[in-house]
Ligand binder design. Structure first.
Ligand SMILES: [Zn+2]
Length: 390
């Protein structure tokens, strides 16, 4: 860690985060090992661990006997000390998940939205969290919210959400007032990425996570951190322009034409079916050429995006409604074909089904992450991180 000129409280907070993160990633772990790993003195580790055990964030577990030394109690994360809530917001419902300190979902609840009015959405999100949290409510440390669109997390603004029909909605502050909790807002794909990062299931620290559903999204991860871009606009591959041909331009809901969104998203495929006078439901068998065209364009867009960053791994989360027959496999093959380079091997490429609960859980993990990360070193990802109970 670099020396900091902050207050004692800040240093204490940083050291607590260091200790918690070692326990999170290496549990069960001894105080002695934590001291070695963090560079803190044994006395400091004992003091911090005592406070964290008292607050229920750590628990003592098995006792190990060294060769001739004193028995040592190992530390694990506590499951009962604090909880975080996550909400996946859509135009019709607020789906809430409560997770424990390890990020494991312990309760869920869904509330319908009266309308997409921001006040109605905030009220539904708060109700869903209250119902899911039940008796855990006093131990909640915050609420993460995932919603579709361009989200400027640092300023708490939803810049644009087509699904909610919002422009520049200060949803973070709105929900904080209604729910009386610290709130972090994020896009669907960043929330999804947040959950995957929390689980540490990736190879490497340079990653791109794409989401394919009604709309498209991309989370860009550099050195293990989600990149936000100016005004939250990083990862906007959905509205970059796909190749154009002799066929008529396809207007996009963003105001431009022929975006990847018009070719590879479920919305784009449905619009194409409607334009051709068909039912808008995409059928994996009857609409195989439409799906193949979508997969090809996704492969092109994803390969172009990946080549700019050079990630070690690419993950594509398909929403359940976009899990259409061989769509995921075709997208993978198109990506590998489009990425083809004689001297540069492609990144690992994985596909998964991204269920709504995974987005809500990821949003909750954004809140947890604030406990495990020193605030100054990761300002964008930890701004709503609360200091621990004294
Ligand atoms: Zn567009």
């Amino acid at each position: 860690m670099k020396p900091r000129a902050g207050s004692k409280a800040l240093i204490r907070e940083i050291n607590e985060a260091l200790v918690l993160d070692i326990v999170r990633t290496q549990a069960p772990v001894s105080r002695a090992r934590i001291a070695v790993q963090t560079g803190l003195s044994a006395a400091s580790v004992t003091g911090i661990a005592g406070k964290l055990v008292h607050a229920g964030l750590l628990v003592e577990t098995e006792i190990v006997h060294g060769t001739g030394g004193r028995p040592a109690r190992l530390l694990e994360l506590g499951r009962e000390g604090v909880f975080a809530a996550g909400v996946r917001l859509s135009a019709t419902e607020a789906h809430a998940v409560v997770v424990d300190l390890r990020g494991e979902a312990v309760a869920t609840h869904s509330e319908p939205l009266a309308s997409t009015d921001p006040g109605d959405a905030a009220a539904a999100a708060a109700r869903a969290v209250r119902a899911a949290a039940g008796g855990m409510a006093p131990r909640l440390i915050g609420i993460g919210v995932a919603l579709s669109g361009v989200v400027d997390q640092a300023s708490g603004l939803v810049r644009h959400s087509g699904a909610m029909d919002w422009t520049d909605v200060a949803f973070q502050g709105l929900l904080e007032d209604v729910a009386d909790q610290p709130v972090i807002i994020d896009s669907y794909v960043n929330a999804y990425a947040r959950g995957l990062l929390f689980d540490g299931s990736f190879k490497g620290r340079e990653l791109i996570i794409f989401s394919v559903g009604t709309s498209l999204g991309a989370a860009v991860v550099v050195e293990g951190r989600i990149q936000r871009g100016f005004n939250g606009s990083a990862g906007g591959f959905a509205h970059s322009r796909a190749i154009t041909g002799p066929e008529p331009a396809r207007p996009c809901h963003c105001g431009a034409e022929d975006c990847f969104e018009t070719r590879g998203s479920l919305w784009g495929m449905q619009r194409e079916l409607e334009r051709n006078g068909h039912n808008r439901e995409v059928n994996p068998d009857a609409d195989s050429s439409l799906i193949a065209d979508a997969a090809l364009h996704l492969g092109i867009g994803m390969a172009n995006t990946a080549k700019v960053l050079g990630p070690e791994q690419v993950v594509v989360g398909f929403a359940p409604e976009a899990d259409l027959g061989s769509f995921a496999e075709q997208t993978k093959q198109a990506f590998l074909c489009q990425y083809d380079h004689a001297n540069t091997p492609p990144p690992l490429f994985d596909t998964a089904v991204a269920h709504p609960v995974a987005l809500a859980r990821g949003a909750a993990c954004s809140v947890l992450a604030g406990l495990f990360t020193a605030r100054e070193s990761q300002p964008s990802d930890t701004e709503a991180g609360e200091s621990l109970p004294a």
